[in-house]
Design a protein. Structure first.
Length: 120
């Protein structure tokens, strides 16, 4: 799963240039890991799997405006319970509003009296 995070991080970085964020559910990460692992080659096929299953579909959805700038794209999986056969599993892509990260209020920083910890 760490390798999946590392490789999908590159896709997320590309989406940020379009003012979009991406998050993968644990099930989506697990399916990518299963489909992208080969007993002989290890995780090397993972790059192609991510390109085929995630990047190509995202590109089409952005092109046809199913996903738009300013959205959080959540990648999930249908037709798979997270275990067992995964041949019929399909990735789903849902665009929604980005989560706002609260910015600290620095306007009044340092305005109050300084309180230093006491040592006793």
């Amino acid at each position: 799963i760490k390798m999946v995070d590392l490789m999908t991080g590159r896709v997320a970085k590309q989406l940020k240039t379009k003012d979009m964020d991406m998050e993968l559910t644990d099930k989506a990460k697990a399916l990518l890991a299963k489909r992208g692992f080969d007993p002989v080659l290890g995780a090397r096929p993972l790059r192609r799997t991510i390109q085929r299953e995630i990047e190509d579909v995202l590109s089409e959805k952005i092109l046809f405006e199913e996903l738009r700038p300013g959205q959080l794209v959540t990648v999930d999986v249908d037709n798979w319970d997270g275990e067992g056969p995964f041949e019929n599993a399909v990735f789903t892509f849902a665009g929604g509003p980005k989560r706002e990260i609260a910015e600290p209020d620095l306007a009044n920083a340092g305005a109050g009296p300084a309180v230093l910890p006491t040592t006793e």
